[in-house]
Design a protein around this ligand. Structure first.
Ligand code: X8Z
Ligand code: ZN
Length: 616
């Protein structure tokens, strides 16, 4: 599976199984479930059930991953139908096991089996209703939405049509507001027809969640964190509360710079920032506009995109270099099949899902990535992100099937990012990309670039599921999908649509994870966790400098500690996994604040000196 947690096959991208693929169905469903259980089931019955379920899910997950891999690499009507059929089967079985697991609740199994039973009950991301017809419908919708996104193109007036990687490059590089606006609007045409499908998908999955005893899909999604759903929501608010003051300063500074560049007619001095000017299709990370906002005296004077080009890095060499970081920590090199089976570049002759993902096809060693790699600094980081999934998958391959997943889904997303935090000037010099490490007077530039990616992302990482959870629980009605989306974009991020939007639009669908049905809070968590991991691993590596200059490259001690956590898979509650590396059981954004402390001082000064009025 894709990369993450206890689902079947893919791994990577997160998406995977979880999604939709699962299922099953009907007649071919596993035998395990059909086993007769007496009115009073015993512990022995329960253990037999768990073993059967685990075996069947393991087998099904391989089948589902293969079908999904083929679909994502060759999007056609036929591969969609095959992926939907396997997904239906996988889901049906998962639902069956989830339902049956309830029978054993409360029996004295011991911690391991209790954890497995709980996982069987709560790990579905897109649960189908028990009615097989509805399950088939849900599997078909889910496959279709994925395909619509993967096939998405925008055609300019001259007839030139572009896919998402090309459109994203324009968003990253162009500084012409009219061009940016056209591309921004153009990409959002692809999601308009998704709206009725999405609405139906949610209706069916909510029914599926209710069949399993959850109030709605929101409660199910929030039940996967070793705590009560409401406590998890509160925890997110607490973490965001820690980061928000820093985000507000960054927003204020960036808005001031953009106002200066584009003028009052394009960027208001006090209102939300128009979402097409931040260097990214979704305004989710802003590193691409670094040059527009860089500090006059603190710019480090190098650009990784340029260093890659100057040193003739092609796509494969970028992946090799990233692998080299992991092996420097003591991880085994990737298997030969990784290199022959992965997709690194966008094929010209067919539709593929370009959104980067990492997969584990056989739940053992057949790990792969699927990416349409662009030769940029941003994508170099994404490669590390994806390999983080692959190395995690391989580290937990000896766990029982149900525990082949991360401690929580934020952990899966955080590992590669943690490694990428070590792509510092010191590291770039070690691998021969940079001649000289800039002195400390340039740290503000380095920190600002990092904040544009990481701090700017945090409210985005949070708001997507704030929107979805309200959609799931009915607080947001279909008639206000788009309006509510932009209210949350404004509330959390302080950005706004650059042109009027209406309910004829379906802007959430223009973001991969919505049609892909991939939960998104994981990325918010990952953005907190990666700073905790980085700080702790730097200490273990004995790096005594500032944490933003630290690289753990080559540290076997750091690698060993990291591996100890990865090997645990999801066999223990996540606080125990967190403790292995960081020594604490709590998620804490203080590590983020510590990392950016010098930048905070600087942003404060800049905003004061420029008389910026912060907030929106
Ligand atoms: O989807 C991803 C990864 C695959 S799990 C490329 N990310 C999120 C996104 O692109 O929106 C990584 C950061 C956030
Ligand atoms: Zn990921």
């Amino acid at each position: 599976m894709k990369f993450y947690n206890q689902r079947p096959a893919k791994l990577s991208l997160v998406i995977a199984l979880a999604l939709g693929l699962s299922a099953c169905g009907n007649e071919q469903t596993a035998q395990a479930d059909t086993k007769k259980v007496d009115a009073k089931p015993t512990v022995a019955d329960g253990k037999a059930f768990i073993n059967d379920a685990e075996q069947q899910l393991a087998d099904l997950s391989v089948e589902a991953s293969r079908a999904e891999w083929i679909y994502s690499n060759f999007i056609t009507e036929d591969t969609a139908a095959l992926a939907a059929a396997v997904g239906e089967k996988y889901t049906a079985n998962s639902v069956k096991f989830a339902t049956e697991s309830a029978k054993y609740a409360g029996l004295p199994f011991g911690a391991v089996d209790e954890r497995k039973l709980n996982a069987l009950r709560t790990s579905l991301v897109l649960p189908a209703p028990l009615d097989p017809k509805k399950n088939a419908e849900l599997a078909q919708i889910s496959a279709e939405l994925n395909g619509m996104y993967g096939k998405g193109k925008y055609c300019f007036q001259d007839g030139n049509c572009m896919t998402l990687p090309e459109l994203s490059a324009i968003m990253a590089e162009s500084r012409d507001p009219a061009k940016l606006l056209e591309v921004w609007k153009g990409w959002r045409e692809i999601s308009k027809p998704m709206r009725p499908l999405f609405e139906n998908e949610i209706k069916l999955a909510n029914e599926g969640a209710q069949d399993l005893g959850f109030k709605d899909l929101s409660e199910l999604w929030r039940s996967q964190y070793d705590m009560e759903p409401q406590a998890f929501s509160d925890e997110l608010d607490r973490l965001w509360g820690q980061v928000k003051p820093l985000y507000d300063l960054l927003h204020c500074y960036v808005r001031g710079e953009l106002n200066e560049k584009y003028g009052d007619n394009v960027v208001d001095k006090t209102g939300p920032i128009p979402a097409h000017l931040l260097g990214n299709m979704w305004a989710q990370s802003w590193g691409n506009i670094y040059n527009e906002v860089s500090p006059k005296n603190g710019d480090p004077g190098y650009d990784v995109t340029k260093l890659l080009a100057d040193n003739a890095y092609d796509e494969k060499k970028m992946v090799k270099q990233a692998e080299g970081f992991f092996t420097s920590l003591g991880f085994e090199p990737l298997p030969e099949t990784f290199w022959t089976r992965s997709l690194f570049t966008q094929p010209q002759d067919r539709d593929v899902v370009c959104h980067a993902s990492a997969w584990d096809l056989d739940n053992l060693d057949d790990i792969r990535i699927k990416m349409c790699i662009q030769k940029t600094a941003e994508e170099f980081t994404v490669i590390h992100h994806e390999l983080g999934h692959n190395f995690y998958q391989r580290a937990y391959k000896n766990q029982p099937h149900i525990f082949k997943g991360s401690a929580n889904d934020g952990f899966h997303e955080a590992i590669g990012d943690t490694i990428a935090l070590s792509i510092t000037p010191k590291y770039l010099k070690q691998i021969g990309l940079l001649n000289e490490v800039p002195d400390e007077s340039k740290d503000i530039g380095l920190l600002l670039r990092q904040a544009l990616d990481k701090v700017a992302f945090m409210p985005f990482g949070l708001m997507i599921d704030q929107w979805r959870w309200k959609v799931f629980n009915g607080e947001i009605k279909p008639s206000e999908y788009n309006k509510a989306w932009w209210e949350l974009r404004q509330k959390y991020q302080g950005v706004q649509a650059p042109v009027a939007r209406s309910e004829a639009d379906f802007d959430p669908g223009a973001k991969y994870h919505v049609p892909g049905n991939v939960p998104y809070t994981r990325y918010f968590l990952a953005h907190i966790l990666q700073f905790q991991f980085h700080k702790a691993l730097c200490e273990i590596a004995g790096d005594e400098g500032a944490v933003h200059r630290c690289s753990i490259y080559g540290s076997k001690e750091a690698g060993e500690k990291l591996n100890t956590m990865l090997e645990m898979g999801s066999s223990k509650p996540w606080p125990e996994a967190l403790e292995v590396v960081t020594g604490t059981k709590d998620m804490d954004a203080k590590a983020v604040l510590d990392y950016f402390a010098p930048l905070k001082v600087w942003l404060d000064e800049q905003n004061k000196a420029q008389n910026n009025q912060c907030g929106w």
